[in-house]
Design a protein around this ligand. Structure first.
Ligand SMILES: NC(=O)c1ccc[n+]([C@@H]2O[C@H](COP(=O)([O-])OP(=O)(O)OC[C@H]3O[C@@H](n4cnc5c(N)ncnc54)[C@H](O)[C@@H]3O)[C@@H](O)[C@H]2O)c1
Length: 261
């Protein structure tokens, strides 16, 4: 809660894709703590339910609404079904967080299989197009909305052997800026966060194996000297999705301990 005691997302509705794990789960919890009605939109329903329970822990019954919803963000029919279910239940969404993301294994670029390339592009790239296709029209009609894309420092300062993942995150930054320009007239803000590596299930792939040596090598590239936490990104997401950021659109905010300097 803010220093004024006012919940910063009171009365807002939000969809967090990939909200079942890692950064997404922390965003779900933080948004619910700040009074938003939140949908935990994840391909894995068990994770979505766990995330819902974590977000509701310690709250009175009915204090906030957190709903798990199964969706595959890479599939048009699935995203359309989520949009229909959402508008039947609530106004909005006021906030859409495109957080679901995957990577291919670290490998020389030419060794990544076509299937893995297609999977990364479908989940990291096509999903942003699909959610825009299905949620932007209602945001335009309402004349308000906030979209937050979870990109990566990989999209700004890429490292070798994650080439197609890095490129998908760079695409996301360009999409964010283009969306921001095109949707500003409609009252819709679009921003991105670029996290540095954080301790989630994805970390071992980014490190090329979770060993103390690989961890230290990576930490040496982060001036503030630690990995990011899901809460770091939830804090940034909260600011960018709240009315406090009403003059902020088209930014790709590095939440990276100085990694991209
Ligand atoms: N962890 C890091 O170090 C790191 C760094 C920079 C950026 N990121 C980005 O942050 C975002 C979240 O990463 P994380 O580390 O929390 O990942 P995670 O693996 O912990 O969580 C990702 C969630 O997305 C869900 N998901 C996967 N495919 C989906 C699909 N097709 N439809 C719906 N849901 C799907 C998974 O079930 C999972 O719950 C990703 O976009 C990732 O690229 C992560």
């Amino acid at each position: 809660m803010s220093l004024t005691g006012k919940q910063r997302l009171a009365g807002k509705t939000a969809i967090i894709t990939g909200g079942g794990s890692g950064f997404g789960a922390a965003i779900v919890k933080r948004f619910a703590d700040e009074g938003a009605t939140v949908w935990v939109a994840d391909i894995n329903m068990d994770s979505a339910e766990k995330s819902m329970h974590a977000a509701l822990k310690g709250k009175r019954e009915g204090e906030v609404i957190v709903t798990p919803f199964q969706v595959d963000v890479s599939k048009n029919d699935s995203v359309r079904a989520m949009m229909k279910a959402f508008v039947n239940a609530h106004d909005g969404p006021d906030i859409l967080v495109n957080n679901a993301g995957i990577t291919h294994e670290r490998a020389p670029m030419e060794d990544v299989s076509e299937a893995d390339f297609d999977r990364v592009m479908a989940v990291n790239v096509k999903s942003v197009y699909l959610t825009a296709r299905h949620f932007v029209p209602a945001m335009k009609t309402r004349g308000t909305g906030v979209i937050l894309n979870i990109s990566s420092t990989a999209g700004i300062s890429p490292r070798a052997y994650l080439n197609w993942y890095n490129a998908s995150k760079g695409w996301m930054i360009t999409a964010t800026k283009t969306m921001a320009v095109e949707l500003a007239d409609s009252g819709i803000r679009v921003n991105a966060i670029c996290p540095v590596a954080g301790d989630t299930p994805l970390l071992k792939t980014f490190l090329g194996g979770d060993t103390p040596e690989n961890r230290q090598k990576f930490l040496d590239t982060i001036p503030l000297g630690r990995f990011s936490t899901p809460e770091d990104h939830a804090n940034a997401a909260l600011y960018l999705c709240s009315d406090e950021a009403s003059m902020v659109t088209g930014v790709a905010l590095e939440v990276d301990g100085g990694r991209c300097i």
